[in-house]
Design a binder for this molecule. Sequence first.
Ligand SMILES: Nc1nc2c(ncn2[C@@H]2O[C@H](COP(=O)(O)OP(=O)(O)OP(=O)(O)O)[C@@H](O)[C@H]2O)c(=O)[nH]1
Ligand SMILES: [Mg+2]
Length: 451
Amino acid sequence: MVQSENACPELQSGLACTEPASKSTAQPGLVVGVGGAGQSLVTHMAQQAVCGLTFAVVDTNAEALHQCPLPRRVQIGAQLTGGCSAGGDPGLGRAAAEQDAAVLQQLVGSASLVFVVAGLGGGTGTGAAPVVARLAREAGARVLGLVTLPFEWEGSRRLAQAQAGLEHLQAAADGLLCLPQQMLVRMMAPETPVPQAFLRSAELLSSALQGLARLARCTRRFGADFADLARVLQASGSSSVFATAETQGANRARELPDRLLANPLLAGGHALAEATDVLVSFAGGPDLTVSQVEYVMSQISRHAERAHLIMSVAIDEQFTDRLAVMLIGCCGDAGPAARHPMGSPQASHAAPTATTAAPGLDGYLLDPEQRERPPSRFVAPPPELSEAQKRELLLRQTAGTARRRLRSRWHQGQLPLEIISRGRFEKSEPTIYRGQDLDVPTYIRRGVPLN
Ligand SMILES: Nc1nc2c(ncn2[C@@H]2O[C@H](COP(=O)(O)OP(=O)(O)OP(=O)(O)O)[C@@H](O)[C@H]2O)c(=O)[nH]1
Ligand SMILES: [Mg+2]
């Protein structure tokens, strides 16, 4: 059900969607928060007044929806959960979304660009976000995910659920940007209250949303486009790093790299050292100069020597005398991307990869050649094994350990040592304690066999 501020406060499934369904009246961009974290993240994003975007939230939890200040609220799975949350069960979250797929289709149907926002690890966001993404793509929208992963202290089950949800969302969307919330721990003082940490997540993802929206939508843009963005985001999975910075005034280009690298997610630039792809998206006014871009790029490339740099410049009158940069780095583990390439069955209109990207881009790319990349020093992802293969591997390992233990017992022997002399203690009085001569080595006194 889609709920507007004026609609009946009683949330019911099947209310008419308040948005037009026609693509000719396409919304500039729709941001959909799914689940509890999705709601609070999107509420924060909506307060940042990102132009050209509209906001909506989707949840199983009717009470949480009632408290959400945004006008466009959609309750899903009322018949399955009775208006409660999915209780941490992503299967239930997914079923809830499937049950109300028609309403969700109405919600996303007229958007050309959809951002799906969720905190992964619980039930609704983890299960329903991939369904929302899939429906949006099927309706012809370009879809990007913006998600968080749980803190480690939330437990291994949540982390595993989040990881599975991440892969589903990655398969359903054109790309996603992921913020592992555990990274916030090292950015904050130990006594930081949890709501403060959540607020920091919201700020980081809000600024990423602004950068992504600019890159995806700006018509006066040079260089990398949505296809490049999608490729970098698809390849990065949970291993991407991102940062945004904005400066103003005559010194804006000089100040920008420092401000960007001060972002704790970049760890002073160290996080870029291993990156194989770095996308740098500029937003500037018509007064943006070549030397300003060159300076910022030269500073970034000093920290990302191994990376393939991809650049995009968006020109917007509102950025006159201002400069904003969004940086996304990934470590080139094509992992889930390779497993779910953009031409996957779910992809109804897969965006082209960089090699098939729009002709004419090359002139703007700093490194347009698809040169061979240096081998990554990242630890390779574990191989994908079937259950039977895992069992066999486990059996072999266990058998190996047992054999090693047995072998070491068989080879245990005793060296034929005999005390013939007490060495320099020969002439001295023996040190007898509880009937034992302490000048005799302990292993001999105790009869410990040596190999
Ligand atoms: N940044 C941020 N993260 C949150 C917030 N609430 C929860 N999270 C994170 O998001 C994960 C999922 O929690 P929720 O969004 O509450 O779960 P849900 O999707 O509503 O799922 P159910 O309540 O089980 O139906 C948690 O494990 C947290 O890591 C929040 O307000 N802000
Ligand atoms: Mg919830």
